[in-house]
Design a binder for this molecule. Structure first.
Ligand code: ATP
Length: 471
């Protein structure tokens, strides 16, 4: 068996009893946040978290008080490497172990980040039972807004957060946002398998039939494993990073057992289960203000279509919307989302909700909303005006010119110009409802259609233990 499994139960908390994450924090709690350690040329922040978790479990007496968290932040930030992910580890230990762990984290990040090729790491440590409200608020903002490093430094100082940065230190924003994210509302899980260094950069050999089988067997409790429409495996990245593959789902047990069922042939370095905001639409909970739409902001907009959609070369659809105050804004639906056909059926006056991100203006384009979902709320009646029907042969008559009446092309009957044209309702080819992109175009945070209604209101209620690291 390729994935050697040694189940380390880092925690034996009964999650059923937990309503709020903060109820398990105490004076021995240490919250570690890490971000921006990777670059397009290699490394991975979750892999770093995996190695640190391994160290904590094997070399110290510390306990985990939550799963390692994989937190995706505003996906419309332009300086992200891939999915704007940051990690948080929450542990409990005596001061000596805390000291050893913080030293290890600093050294490990320093020697294992892609600094020099684009990474700007940020590492934060917060000790104590009460996460400051300002930190939680900061984290909420980081899901949809753009936050400066200066704001992050001020917050760290005000909240008693110890931090350490490398490069330009921009990773501080994500590291703070990760520890401020309690994730005690909706959340999902992901089991990630990591590659050994010698295999990184080689092709990932995945048995497609096993992926299809596990998708069918575990749906809806795992998701986005396979895109059946486009026949595409979705669980593996394509880059040189150490992630072999990841299985996402609703609880830790199902993602771990699904990963095992793949029987990966490559000898993995290990696997880890994360709790995450992936698949929750957490970045789209904020209402965008048309009066001051900020470049790179994410959110949603209730509006009416003000300019009918038109398709341009490449298959993208562009239209405009306006709010109740008559403020209008352009919107774009891009071809890879698979939403352009449906968006093209909208007409002026339709009431819709759009989720998405504001693209910054360029010399050629104004600011525009890049649409990530379309919720059709109310459709207007569309009418067509037709020439009258011929009274003799019931065929549609032809106009003879302005003010000249009508003639039937078949039987040559005539009607005077006083005959009324007919007003006919044109059936709409779109129904009210939610339209989201095709799975291959999902962002990490995109909530898949089937998760609507499955959202968790509390911590994972059906999970009795933390299978944190599988070797
Ligand atoms: P991966 O998904 O592979 O871990 P990444 O896409 O997360 O990579 P990073 O290398 O972490 O990319 O870069 C994202 C950068 O953006 C980090 O420096 C992070 O601190 C910063 N950042 C994240 N969210 C925000 C935000 N809302 N405002 C400003 N900066 C942000």
């Amino acid at each position: 068996m390729a994935v050697r499994e040694r189940l380390l139960l880092a925690l034996t908390h009964n999650y059923n009893k937990l309503n709020h994450m903060s109820s398990v924090f105490n004076d021995e709690s240490l919250h570690i946040g890490i971000d921006d350690t990777d670059s397009p040329f290699g490394k991975c922040t979750t892999h770093l978290a995996f190695k640190i978790t391994e160290y904590v479990l094997e070399r110290t007496g510390a306990d985990f008080i939550d799963y390692p968290l994989l937190i995706r932040l505003n996906p419309n930030i332009p300086w992200k490497t891939r999915g704007n992910g940051a990690v948080c580890l929450r542990i409990k230990s005596d001061p000596q172990d805390q000291q050893r762990i913080t030293e290890f984290v600093k050294n490990y990040v320093e020697s294992n980040s892609a600094t020099g090729s684009g990474a700007n790491p940020g590492v934060v440590f917060f000790r104590g039972r009460q996460l400051p409200d300002a930190l939680v608020e900061f984290s909420k903002r980081a899901m949809f807004d753009v936050i400066s490093k200066q704001d992050a430094i001020k917050l760290a100082a005000k909240s008693g957060v110890e931090y350490f940065t490398l490069g330009n230190g921009r990773g501080l924003v994500g590291a703070l946002a990760a520890i401020g994210c309690l994730l005690d509302g909706d959340h999902t899980f992901e089991a990630i398998a990591y590659r050994r260094p010698e295999n990184c950069g080689t092709e990932r050999m995945i048995n497609v039939n096993k992926v299809i089988e596990l998708s069918k067997k575990t749906f809806p409790y795992t998701f986005n494993n396979y895109d059946f429409d486009n026949r595409r495996v979705l669980i593996a990245p394509h880059g040189v990073d150490p992630v072999f593959c990841g299985i996402r789902g609703e609880n830790a047990d199902i993602v771990a057992s699904s990963l095992r069922s793949l029987e990966i042939q490559e000898k993995a370095e290990g696997c880890m289960v994360y709790r995450s905001n992936q698949g929750t639409n957490m970045h789209l909970q904020n209402e965008l203000k048309l009066s001051e739409p900020k470049s790179f902001a994410s959110g949603y907009l209730r509006c009416k279509v003000s300019v009918n959609p038109s398709k341009v070369q490449g298959g993208h659809a562009f239209f405009a919307v306006e709010n109740d105050h008559g403020q209008s804004f352009p919107a774009a639906v891009y071809e890879p989302t698979g939403l352009t056909n449906v968006a093209s059926l909208l007409v002026q006056g339709d009431t819709i909700e759009l989720g998405g991100g504001v693209r910054k203006p360029s010399s050629k384009h104004p600011k525009i909303l890049n649409v990530e979902y379309l919720l059709v709320l109310e459709l207007v009646n569309v009418v067509g005006i037709h020439n009258p029907l011929c009274k003799t042969c019931s065929k549609r008559m032809k106009s003879e010119g302005k003010g000249k009446g009508f003639q039937c092309k078949h039987c040559k009957s005539r009607e005077p110009p006083t005959v009324q044209k007919e007003i006919v309702n044109v059936p709409r080819k779109i129904l009210p409802g939610l339209y989201i992109p095709t799975p291959k175009a999902h962002r990490h945070l995109t909530k898949p259609l089937h998760r609507y209604g499955l959202e968790k209101k509390y911590l994972a209620r059906n999970c009795k233990s933390f299978p944190t690291v599988l070797f």
